[in-house]
Design a protein around this ligand. Structure first.
Ligand code: KG4
Ligand code: ZN
Length: 335
């Protein structure tokens, strides 16, 4: 079964063709980084306009790269939420119209379920149930993943998402936008032990996160150290070490509590090398297996939406999407 996936929840216009929920025939991601770079963050209105401009060509490119004609498609899957409503509406309406014109099924996919399904796009794959840390620019949460379409949220951030904290700290250090990759590159040459930033474990036994305190601590450090530009790498390394430690420890603790030996890291922040390293080491010493998507599938993409869509279509709760279905901006999870 060949599914065309479409993702436009934030600042990436993406289309992909995936076969049987696991084989990627093409995956095209058109980034809007240059559009939003001057503003230091995503401007929703500009994001919607850019999606409208490029959605057609991006879909054409995905079909061409897959060697698939529109008539070969069996179904469509588009991100329904959470995300920026104006941005979501572009991909969602496009998919609905495209499927309607060709009289094929279509389904709206939860973006977070998309990220959770990204680990099924490369071999080997985890067994259900497994515990996953989803860390991106908009979300940070730990899930007990029970099936392709069912995940229980065990805990989530009470304020900023991890990627958002990376981006805000990068902005403070004048490293540019988006900042996650830049902080992590800089941190590689820094000393993580020189400056110790707070690690917010909150309730040690629970799986909620808070990243606003560490952001404030970095801000205070900058304000009180006029020479901070001379030790940017050490600040980046100290910040990264603190964020990574909390996320890794909570993921492992959740897996132990729920007796899962398979764990996963997904979302844009899963591209972080220090996080991968720390979780890998912790998993190895406990006999757990870690599953991480390919680097290019950590960030937003449409292959993960097509993969999740494949399973949604065979789930009676989601299949048979109503024509008047709408997008949603906030997290909505079905357990
Ligand atoms: O999943 P994603 O592409 O979009 C959302 O759904 O939010 O995640 C983007 C986030 C950004 O905040 C970006 O700074 C962060 O992922 N990110 C990283 C790294 N690469 C991307 N954060 C830390 N280390 C990285 N190497
Ligand atoms: Zn995402």
């Amino acid at each position: 079964m060949k599914i065309l996936g479409i993702e436009t929840s934030c600042d990436e216009t993406a289309a992909a063709v995936v076969e049987d929920g696991c084989r990627i025939l093409s995956s095209v991601v058109s980034s809007q980084v240059e559009v939003h770079h001057p503003y230091g963050g995503v401007v929703p209105e500009l994001a919607s306009r850019k999606h409208i401009e490029v959605i057609g060509p991006v879909v054409d490119q995905a079909l061409a790269e897959a060697g698939v004609r529109p008539g070969d498609l069996d179904a469509l899957a588009a991100t329904r939420g959470p995300g920026l409503v104006g941005a979501l509406l572009v991909g969602f309406s496009f998919a609905r119209a495209y499927a309607y014109a060709r009289q094929i099924p279509w389904v709206g996919v939860n973006h977070l379920e998309g990220h959770l399904n990204s680990v099924f796009l490369s071999e080997p794959v985890p067994d259900f149930p497994f515990v996953a840390l989803l860390a991106s620019g908009g979300h940070t949460a730990v899930y007990l993943v029970k099936s392709h379409t069912r995940a229980e949220c065990l805990g989530q951030t009470r304020d900023d998402a991890a990627g958002e904290a990376f981006d805000k700290v990068a902005k403070m250090l004048e490293l540019g936008y988006p900042g996650g990759a830049m902080i992590s590159r800089l941190a590689a040459s820094g000393d993580p032990g020189r400056f110790r930033f707070p690690r917010a474990y909150l309730d040690k036994e629970a799986f909620d996160f808070s990243f606003s305190g560490i952001k404030t601590a970095v801000k205070r450090h900058i304000e009180t150290h006029s020479d901070y530009r001379e030790h940017l790498a050490d600040i980046a390394a100290g910040f990264e070490a603190a964020v990574v430690a909390v996320m890794a420890d909570k993921l492992i603790l959740a897996a132990e509590k729920h007796h899962c030996s398979d764990i996963a890291l997904v979302g844009g922040v899963a591209a972080n090398a220090a996080l991968r390293r720390r979780v890998e080491q912790a998993a190895e010493s406990r006999g757990m297996s870690l599953f991480v998507p390919d680097m290019k599938l950590c960030g937003d993409n449409a292959a993960m939406i097509a993969a999740a869509g494949y399973h949604y279509l065979s789930d009676p709760v989601f299949a048979g999407e109503r024509l008047d279905a709408d997008v949603y901006s906030r997290v909505k999870f079905i357990d």
